[in-house]
Design a protein around this ligand. Structure first.
Ligand SMILES: C[S@@+](CC[C@H](N)C(=O)[O-])C[C@H]1O[C@@H](n2cnc3c(N)ncnc32)[C@H](O)[C@@H]1O
Length: 229
């Protein structure tokens, strides 16, 4: 099990109560879908945030995630198929190409792709409308600046440049914040929300220093939306 998968699995049960930003992101993805697709794929579906926000009838919903524990919390229904799969594995896209889908979503997951460019290329080759939301480097901006660490995530410009090679899409960058009562709570959130994807954002000394000097009572998030009809 990779460290990212382990982290998502460890906090799978409480993920639902901590995913305020991911909910907002999934809502925006749904709102940006012009029609009401009935054959859907959700890459990195987790506990089903996206599925539970769909308010139209769906014939076939395929949720894919590499964490069995996250899938355990996904709503079940006869039209829902859950696949334990890894979007870093090109074979997954071969499997998907054998079926017809009307829309492919991915909410708050693809920032953890090992080779995002390959994933975008594979997605484009499926010739299906796509709505993706990918966290980018402006996430935790002040925190990174304060601690003097380089962001783990790719910049929105970098991801747009990659996507433009393979698809004619619309791009939107969302900036939002989440307030906390204390810095301690903020750090607990970073650890447990899945935003850090199992990668250690800060070491012990950096965390201690930030707890004293972080100037804000909120965290910043930056999410790139890639919308291809
Ligand atoms: C932050 S959660 C988002 C979950 C859900 N899409 C949502 O909007 O709430 C990221 C999800 O991506 C999954 N994930 C991360 N890397 C993955 C990979 N390589 N293949 C499949 N799923 C992955 C994690 O297990 C986790 O469920």
């Amino acid at each position: 099990m990779s460290s990212a998968c382990h982290e998502f699995s460890r906090y799978a049960a409480e993920y639902g109560s901590r995913n305020v930003i991911q909910r907002l992101v999934a809502k925006k993805l749904i709102a940006s879908t012009p029609n009401q697709p009935k054959q859907i794929v959700d890459l990195g579906c987790g506990n089903g945030t996206l599925y539970s926000l769909i308010d139209w009838e769906v014939e076939h919903f395929v949720g894919i995630d590499f964490s069995a524990q996250m899938l355990e919390h996904h709503p079940l229904s006869p039209n829902v198929e859950l696949i334990l799969g890894d979007f870093n594995d090109p074979a997954l896209f071969e499997t998907l190409s054998a079926e017809c889908f009307e829309h492919i979503y991915s909410a708050s997951a693809l920032q953890w792709a090992d080779d995002l460019e390959s994933v975008l290329k594979s997605l484009a080759s499926l010739n299906t409308p796509i709505s993706l939301a990918i966290f980018t480097s402006g996430t935790f901006k002040t925190l990174h600046e304060c601690a003097g660490v380089t962001p783990l995530l790719r910049s929105s410009d970098e991801v747009i440049a990659m996507a433009e090679k393979y698809m004619d899409a619309r791009f939107e960058v969302l900036h939002t914040t989440l307030e906390f009562d204390s810095v301690r709570e903020m750090f607990r959130y970073i650890k447990r929300s899945g935003v850090s994807g199992g990668r250690r954002v800060l070491n012990y000394a950096q965390t201690k220093q930030l707890m004293e000097f972080y100037p804000l009572n909120y965290l910043e998030f930056e999410v790139l939306f890639i919308l291809k009809s």
